[in-house]
Design a protein around this ligand. Structure first.
Ligand code: GLY
Ligand code: MN
Ligand code: MN
Length: 467
């Protein structure tokens, strides 16, 4: 099997993505009319009332069919001619003094998997010539709200603004070897950054120092962007799923003792591909008894769920299995009372594990194609970001968690029917745990899975790094 480096030495497979998107588009739309796909990159945008550019993030739909991270570019894929043309901004002499020379068309042609490269000033003439070549019978597929007013589709029979986005979203679910290599690289960089973050906690006094160590390591290894804002949550902050303040002291102001543990949910983005990893580690090298007990349950939830994975698996069943493991574990600790089945039927474990087991991962952290049903009346499945069967080639996060959040748990303990299933005396000891979530990125294969995440996660590994 080719190594990651050998795969990534080649060009990003833009042409193959264009062909896959076109095949699905024509299957949906009927393949009678000739068509083109037209996509625009994200524009350079200035900060309001300022002449500095806003942080740039390439449009994923454009990147998928080009591999190009330049702003203000566009592409045309002529489906019948199987011709992919990239349009890049022409040299602006006024800008060269500030920004240096831009990429030339010749350089771009070597860099990207496209058939030709022209300046963006050529877009309309190219569209017109394609339109007339098909004698006015061609359809232009594009994405509503992502087409500049200056772009003209002269000579086209029709423009379709509704089909393309959904088709690309669907196509993106199944990754090719190149995309898996990018996701692996993002994961490998993140693993180094998670180790650095745990080590930094030994001398850190505030969450932000741990965040700084994570980001610095990603940048040092070639990942300048984060997939999302890191979550660095000590003690009870870990009960907030997307805690983002990252500014609490690691010492409790009342007891003057170091807080119990830190939850860090952070991932490097590498060439537009995301990693999304959560780890929990003790402050001071040893988990408290309570955190250790919860950690063991969550790790069990995660490992059993990962073992179930293979192409075609029904994701709801995996998510439900995680709940059953949580229920058994919380029963054994005495936090829950009753029978496993009754607790499952009454959805009591949702009080402690309120989110979905995971989501697709790719160019977006919460990647496209999951078909969620947030209107589901069933509290156990409502927040699942993926519904249905996972195809081989997809990449999904597996991120069970158990949280001690008063806002979520109190309504359960106060309910006459549900409250009798939670022992509040036992629960009292666990509030300081905050939350434990363990999150890996899993590539689904035909017969099983490949875990892309290499960050340490056994109790022994994280304790020894934190000591
Ligand atoms: N980091 C966001 C998530 O895990 O979904
Ligand atoms: Mn996630
Ligand atoms: Mn995450």
């Amino acid at each position: 099997m080719a190594t990651v480096d050998a795969i990534l030495a080649d060009q990003y497979p833009a042409k193959s993505h264009a062909r896959r998107v076109a095949a699905l588009l024509q299957a949906h739309h009927g393949d009678s009319a000739p068509g083109v796909i037209y996509l625009e990159a994200q524009k350079t945008r200035l900060i309001e009332d300022n002449d500095e550019a806003m942080p740039f993030r390439q449009r994923r739909f454009f990147y998928y069919l080009s591999g190009c991270s330049l702003p203000d570019s566009s592409l045309i894929y002529d489906i019948n001619a199987d011709k992919l043309t990239l349009f890049i901004p022409p040299t602006d002499p006024e800008d060269v003094i500030w920004s240096g020379l831009p990429l030339s068309a010749d350089e771009a042609l070597k860099l990207y998997d496209v058939d030709s490269v022209l300046a963006t000033t050529e877009v309309n003439a190219t569209l017109q010539s394609i339109g007339s070549r098909y004698g006015g019978s061609a359809v232009a597929f594009m994405i509503a709200g992502q087409v500049s007013i200056e772009t003209k589709f002269q000579g086209f029979m029709d423009t379709n603004l509704s089909a393309l986005k959904g088709v690309i979203e669907k196509t993106r679910v199944v990754k090719d070897a190149y995309e898996i290599a990018l996701l692996k690289t993002a994961n490998d960089i993140s693993a180094k950054a998670h180790i650095a973050a745990i080590k930094a906690s030994k001398t850190a006094t505030n969450e932000r120092e741990i965040e700084g160590a994570f980001i610095a390591t990603c940048i040092a290894y070639g990942a300048r962007e984060q997939s999302y804002h890191p979550i660095v949550a000590c003690g009870a902050n870990g009960a907030t799923l997307h805690y983002g303040k990252n500014n609490s002291d690691l010492i409790d102001p009342v007891t003057k003792e170091r807080k119990t543990n830190v939850l860090i949910d952070a991932g490097a983005e590498y060439r537009a591909y995301c990693s999304d990893i959560t780890r929990v580690f003790p402050l001071g090298g040893k988990f408290t008894t309570e955190t250790r007990q919860i950690y063991e349950i969550v790790l069990q939830m995660q490992m059993e769920c990962i073992t179930m994975l293979k192409g075609g698996i029904q994701w709801e069943n995996v998510h439900a299995h995680a709940h059953r493991v949580a229920i058994k574990g919380l029963l054994a600790l005495g936090i829950l009372l009753g029978s496993e089945n009754e607790l499952f039927e009454k959805r009591i474990s949702v009080a402690f594990f309120p989110h979905g087991l995971g989501h697709y991962l790719g160019m977006d952290t919460h990647d496209t194609g999951g078909d969620p049903n947030y209107g589901d009346k069933d509290s156990m499945f409502k927040y699942l970001r993926v519904r249905g069967r996972l195809p081989a080639g997809s990449v999904v996060t597996v991120e069970p968690g158990i949280y001690f959040c008063r806002f979520i748990i109190d309504p359960y303990t106060q309910s006459p029917d549900l409250g009798k299933h939670i022992d509040t005396n036992v629960l009292e000891r666990y509030w300081s745990v905050g939350g434990v979530r363990i999150e890996d990125n899993i590539h689904i294969t035909r017969d099983g899975y490949e875990n892309l995440t290499t960050a340490p996660k056994t109790i022994e590994e994280v304790e020894s790094l934190a000591l």
